[in-house]
Design a protein around this ligand. Sequence first.
Ligand code: SF4
Length: 490
Amino acid sequence: MSTEISSAQGGIGSGLKQRTRAVLQDAFLRQAVAFTTNKLRTGRLSAAEEFGDWETWRSRGQAIRQDTIEHLDYYLGQFAEQAERRGARVHFCATGDEAVQVFLAIAKEKQAKLVAKGKSMVSEEMHLNERLREQGIDAIETDLGEYILQLAKETPSHLIIPAIHKNKSQIAELFTKEAGKPLPPETKELAAFAKRKLRQFFLEADIGLSGCNFGIAESGTVTIVSNEGNGRMVTTLPKTHVVVMGMERLVPTFDDVEVMLNLLARSATGQKLTTYTSFITGPRQRGDLDGPEELHIIILDNGRSAQLGDPQFQQVLHCIRCAACLNVCPVYRHVGGHTYGSVYSGPIGAVLTPLLQQDMKEAGTLAYASSLCGACYEACPVKIPLHDMLVHLRARKVKEGYTPQAERLGFQLFGKVFSQVKWYRMAGKAAYYGQKPLVRGGVIRKGPGPLGGWTASRTFPAIPKQSFRDRWDKLQAELARADREKGRDS
Ligand code: SF4
């Protein structure tokens, strides 16, 4: 059975519990997410091992990202200047809405009716498809996973495998409706249908839209990695190509991009290199065999610059969107991406969403969708301390007063009790006697109040009659007595 979990179920934070409950009932989705994330995680580990000296590569990646973000103003200027020198037009946009307006102005100038889209999370941030539809412009997703989701009217649930939660039968059902004839749930036939269908869009599209994995500052080059040929189609066949990219997606030089591509492919899919790596520098030049007549690059801020100079969060801009942190996160692996209710999911989504939206009340709740185990940091190819950032976000949420009054009082009491030995001991005794009606066989199976959430899926060990401190004191007393007796005897 598959339950449709969409971000429409409540707000990001207020709907989180409801979406989690729904997804926990969906055995197929959980199995599909666990299966694919396991595969990606194993692939990453073997690729890193085979590459050798992975930690040194991670440190190199971290240093490149740190240098880029610390001097972002310089590299953005250099990138824009170089790209324009080679014939591209660069547009800096402060908000998603501004970026949509720029795109619409280009579309209007070209009298565009059809846009062929490559994979782009930034365009999801801009809600571009809906905004284009309002203006009578069709935007067709041409990445296979994104195409499936567009037919299903869903949003991506993973950074690099957007339809991670769908199986072949569900895809066959969607394609059958689109084809107007039955299609079997066979990978080959489904892929062939998508290929035929999408080819027509590449040929007819007025504008091709793509994301950008890395912009190379020294040459104004846009780098796109993909495992499907659609990336090359959308960037070469339509007469106009529009790139949308986050302002942080730069590296200084070609040498740096070599390091980043090695880290990205291995961390994302366990590949040495993705099937296609395209370097696009300016529009088609005289003598070129293909390429668009016009190239526009929209560089989006949308809350990113607010993180610059922030000692706690600047490093979030180092992210290269490889999804390795999603694949190892015990929370993501159980609930999938839609449960987060935001464009970005998993540990990076839980940090990035409240920061980009500058919203601790709703989006800040995502910081609690983590066990703080630190697996995300271990997996991250550029060593972003996401687990520390999640703690800082929780602190920020508390500081801004967005936690329930009862919770705040509870933790104040907890702090008082745990900071004084006398109160701590008394609380231990009170808890021992208070728990008695709930203990069966040395454990609590059904906790009262907030403890109920814990015991819903695991037992809670009963508090022992003698605490560690009691036992320690007893042991110390026995040792002292033994010493005294020894002294008397001698
Ligand atoms: S935070 Fe690190 S692991 Fe997660 S997507 Fe970004 S680069 Fe990859």
